[in-house]
Design a protein around this ligand. Structure first.
Ligand SMILES: Nc1ncnc2c1ncn2[C@@H]1O[C@H](COP(=O)(O)OP(=O)(O)OP(=O)(O)O)[C@@H](O)[C@H]1O
Ligand SMILES: [Mg+2]
Length: 453
């Protein structure tokens, strides 16, 4: 009030009041102090010495309630001017926070230390199928999680309260709604600073996952059809390859028959020939096996596989055709295994597509350099594949279009090889690329992330 003690001493308290009505109330009160047997509370505008009006909240009480007539009155006042403003600000921020909580578009809850849901927004009502009244203060989030995710999430819940940094903040989990349906969600969760509460936002990704799965299935089907057509194109080469062991088997078998008919008693020679027959039969079996793996209809399967082994198998498919066309394939593969997580059949399909294109580019060029160089190597946590050819090459405009579906410069071409290859590599989160060589021909390759283990 800006007055010194001396200035107010002896002065009626109501003279400091700005509002004449309040002034009158106080005057009445002090006229009959028995009214103060129960403390009297009053709030109103008071004037400071410099004339500023401030809102004060007072409490008047008798110092000695047993002697109301003679007891002095104790009055304690607090300045409520700022409190009002702070309170209004608090109310506003509460309203803002409520609006944000409601309109973030993601299902959000505030969680107590004992796992009870303290607050839930409308989006969470929609996701869970439970109303706020059913959820808030009554249900635990643990009742809404799928049994597979629950143990891990409970561990995170506790860990987060010991050290907020220790538990992951974002991960996928499944929420089971009122109807018992599991929804795939992406959870973002964090502690509210200075409290034992956490706030979790669930983004429903069920539809997104379903679309992704459909795309994956479609790619698998398209890739399969394309493999069948490739196998058809390679049929003559493969038949030729298969013919070699079969021819050898016939030869060895005839040798054995002659030997036995002639009455020769040297069984070691017959045994050696039979041994060769077994080996050749195995070789033929492997060719058939490889082909069956390649064309069989199957679910995509991501496993740790050696890229080098995949490349060798793909090259084996082309071996006969290459020999026939007088094209030599130089293999320059990384020494150790290049293990990475992949669908081996699909990656083999990509390698084969690239090898076939390069082979076709050199086979149809009239230049002397009928050679392909195949390389694999590891770099910066990635595995790389490239095939370099000295073929016709590609000019600028065509180079921009090679990955487009149905772009082809071949009379019999479908123009789908590179487009499918790119989709496969991208589904592996890798990168397919094309680069013209400095002298002649093209280099095509891809990069895959190298996974640990
Ligand atoms: N190594 C290469 N050298 C030169 N041109 C190439 C090379 N690889 C691809 N191309 C060009 O890219 C086009 C598209 O290749 P893509 O493999 O997608 O289809 P395609 O080989 O024509 O037919 P298919 O669907 O049977 O594979 C080819 O027609 C060719 O013009
Ligand atoms: Mg092709």
């Amino acid at each position: 009030m800006e007055y010194s003690a001396e200035e107010v001493r002896g002065r009626p308290v109501w003279t400091l009041l700005a509002d004449p009505n309040l002034r009158y109330d106080l005057e009445q009160l002090f006229g009959d102090p028995r009214q103060l047997e129960t403390p009297f509370k009053q709030e109103g505008p008071w004037v400071t010495k410099s004339g500023v009006v401030r809102r004060l909240r007072w409490c008047f009480a008798l110092a000695d309630p047993t002697r109301p007539d003679t007891s002095p009155v104790i009055a304690a006042g607090i300045d409520a001017t700022d409190m009002k403003r702070v309170f209004a600000k608090l109310q506003q921020s509460e309203r803002q926070y409520q609006a944000i909580f409601e309109t973030t578009g993601t299902a959000t809850i505030i969680i107590e230390e004992d796992t009870t849901i303290a607050l839930a927004n409308s989006e969470f009502e929609r996701l869970s199928g439970f109303s706020k009244t059913e959820l808030e203060g009554r249900m635990s989030w643990t009742e809404l999680m799928s049994p597979e995710d629950l143990p891990k999430m409970l561990a995170y819940h506790r860990l987060r309260r010991v050290d907020p940094e220790a538990a992951p903040r974002r991960y996928e989990c499944r929420l089971v709604n009122r109807k018992g349906e599991a929804r795939d969600t992406f959870l973002t969760i964090d502690m509210i600073p200075g409290t034992k509460q956490s706030v979790g936002s669930f983004q429903d990704i069920t539809d997104y996952k379903r679309t992704q799965e459909q795309a994956r299935q479609q790619l698998a089907q398209l890739a399969h059809v394309s493999r069948l057509s490739m196998a058809g194109e390679m049929a003559s080469g493969l038949a030729h390859e298969l013919n070699q062991p079969l021819f050898a088997i016939v030869n060895f078998a005839e040798g054995c028959i002659d030997h036995l008919r002639s009455g020769c008693e040297r069984t070691d020679e017959v045994l050696a020939a039979l041994d060769d027959i077994a080996k050749e039969a195995e070789r033929a079996g492997q060719i058939v096996h490889r082909l069956r793996d390649f064309v069989s209809r199957r679910e995509p399967r991501f496993e740790d596989k050696d890229l080098n082994a995949v490349v060798r198998q793909a090259a084996a498919f082309l071996e006969a055709d290459a020999r026939h066309a007088g094209v030599s394939v130089r293999m320059d593969l990384a020494e150790g295994p290049l293990t990475t997580c992949m669908d081996a059949v699909q990656i083999q399909q990509v390698v084969l597509n690239l090898l076939k294109n390069s082979f076709e580019a050199v086979a149809h060029s009239n230049c002397g350099d009928r050679q392909l160089a195949v390389r694999t190597w590891a770099e910066d946590g990635q595995v790389e594949f490239a095939v370099v050819d000295g073929g016709l090459g590609l000019n600028g405009a065509a180079l921009d279009q090679v990955f487009e579906p149905f772009f082809t410069t071949k009379p019999e071409g479908m123009g789908m090889g590179l487009s499918i290859s790119r989709t496969i590599i991208e589904a592996h989160r890798g990168h397919l690329w094309a680069r013209p060589n400095a002298e002649r021909g093209m280099t095509f390759g891809f990069t895959l992330r190298r996974e640990k283990g």
